[in-house]
Design a protein around this ligand. Structure first.
Ligand code: BMA
Length: 318
C-alpha cells in the first residue's frame, strides 16, 4: 500500500486534515462527515452531516474563505429533519448540492420509517428551505441532480438497492420533466463483480462535474473483506449531451482510506465524498469527504491529471 502522502497519487490530502471535527461544534455531537459542497457568497460552504448522540443526523453549515482553512460553523444556517415527515423521521444524511444560478438544489438521504430514500429541498441562503418532496422511494441513496436539463428533462443519478441476494447495488440514471415524476430509468454504472475493487456495490459521490470532455463522475466502490468493507473512489466520464452514454470508466480506484483518520473511527476504512469544487483556475479540484464516518477532510487534485488518467485507463465492464 502506498503512503497517504505519496506524490504519485492523483488526490493529495490537505495537510491540515481533518478540517472539521465534532469538537468544532458548540453542542456535544457524535460525528461530522459526508459534506456536500458549493460556493456561497464567494466562500466555500460545506453542508455537513452531523450525527447527534441520538444516532440521528441533521445538516450543518461550515464556511471558509479559501476552502481549506479557517472553517466556521454558522449556527443560523443548516437543515434539521422534520420529525413530522415520515420520509425523514430518522434524520437526514449525505447531501449533494447542485447550484443553478443562485438557487441551491440539495438532494439528501431521508432516513424514513421505510428505509433510506432520496429527497429534495431548495434554498437560496441555507436558512430558508423549500422541501420539494420525494425523488426516489426506499431503498435509494447517493443521488444528485445535473445542473442542466437534457432535452427539457432533469436528470438524476441515484443508487437503488434490490433485496434479491447477490445482484448488487448500481448507479442509475432517471429523468423528470418537473422534478416530481421520474422515469426512463436505466443502469448507468454497474458494480463490477468478482475480485474488482468496485464489485457488488457502487454509489455516486459528488454531483457530476461538466468538463470540456463530458461529465466527470466520482463514485465510491465497496469491497467486502474478512475485516469489513473498504470504501474507495473511482472515476467515469459521461457524454456531455447524453449522460446515459458512459464514455470511459477507470479500472483502478484513485483514492482510498490510507491516513489514520480514514482507517479508524466509527466506521473504519471509509472515504465518502459528497462534494467537490473546481476552483477559478479551472484545474484545481477540491474534494470534500467524510473519513471513517467521523470527521470531514479535504483533498486536492488537478482536473487535467484526472482526465488524462481516464484517457489511459480503458473501460472494462466486469
Ligand atoms: C453508506 C452511507 C454513508 C456512510 C457509508 C459508510 O451506506 O450510509 O453515509 O458513510 O455507508 O458507513
Amino acid at each position: 500500500m502506498s503512503s497517504p502522502t505519496d506524490a504519485r497519487e492523483l488526490f493529495q490530502r490537505f495537510e491540515g486534515n481533518p478540517i472539521i471535527t465534532a469538537s468544532d461544534f458548540p453542542n456535544m455531537v457524535n460525528a461530522v462527515f459526508n459534506p456536500g459542497a458549493t460556493v456561497f457568497e464567494g466562500r466555500t460552504l460545506l453542508l455537513v452531516r452531523v450525527e447527534h448522540r441520538t444516532g440521528l443526523s441533521s445538516l450543518a453549515v461550515a464556511l471558509s474563505d479559501d476552502g481549506l482553512t479557517g472553517w466556521r460553523i454558522d449556527p443560523e444556517r443548516g437543515l434539521e429533519p422534520d420529525p413530522s415527515l415520515v420520509e425523514e423521521c430518522w434524520g437526514i444524511e449525505d447531501p449533494r448540492i447542485t447550484r443553478i444560478d443562485d438557487l441551491y438544489y440539495v438532494v439528501y438521504v431521508g432516513y424514513s420509517a421505510y428505509g433510506p430514500m432520496v429527497n429534495l429541498a431548495t434554498t437560496r441562503d441555507f436558512i430558508t428551505w423549500e422541501r420539494c418532496g420525494v425523488l426516489q422511494p426506499p431503498e435509494d441513496k447517493d443521488a444528485a441532480l445535473f445542473p442542466v436539463t437534457f432535452e427539457g428533462r432533469w436528470a438524476l443519478m441515484h443508487r437503488p438497492v434490490t433485496s434479491a441476494p447477490g445482484l448488487g447495488a448500481h448507479v442509475w440514471l432517471s429523468y423528470s420533466p418537473d422534478l416530481h415524476y421520474w422515469g426512463d430509468s436505466r443502469v448507468l454504472l454497474a458494480a463490477r463483480r468478482g475480485g474488482w475493487w468496485d464489485a457488488n456495490k457502487v454509489g455516486l459521490g459528488p454531483p457530476p462535474l461538466l468538463t470540456d470532455q463530458g461529465w466527470l463522475v466520482c463514485y465510491h466502490g465497496v469491497r467486502v473483506t474478512a475485516s469489513g468493507s473498504i470504501y474507495r473512489l473511482g472515476l467515469a466520464l459521461l457524454d456531455r449531451d447524453d449522460p446515459s452514454k458512459v464514455i470511459s470508466r477507470g479500472n483502478e480506484w484513485i483514492f482510498g482510506p490510507q491516513a489514520p483518520y480514514e482507517q479508524s473511527g466509527d466506521v473504519p476504512d471509509v472515504v465518502f465524498p459528497c462534494g467537490w469544487i473546481l476552483r477559478e483556475d479551472g484545474d484545481t479540484l477540491h474534494l470534500y469527504y467524510g473519513a471513517a464516518d467521523s470527521v470531514v477532510c479535504a483533498a486536492t487534485a488537478s482536473l487535467a491529471q484526472l482526465m488524462s488518467h481516464l484517457g489511459v485507463h480503458p473501460f472494462t465492464r466486469n
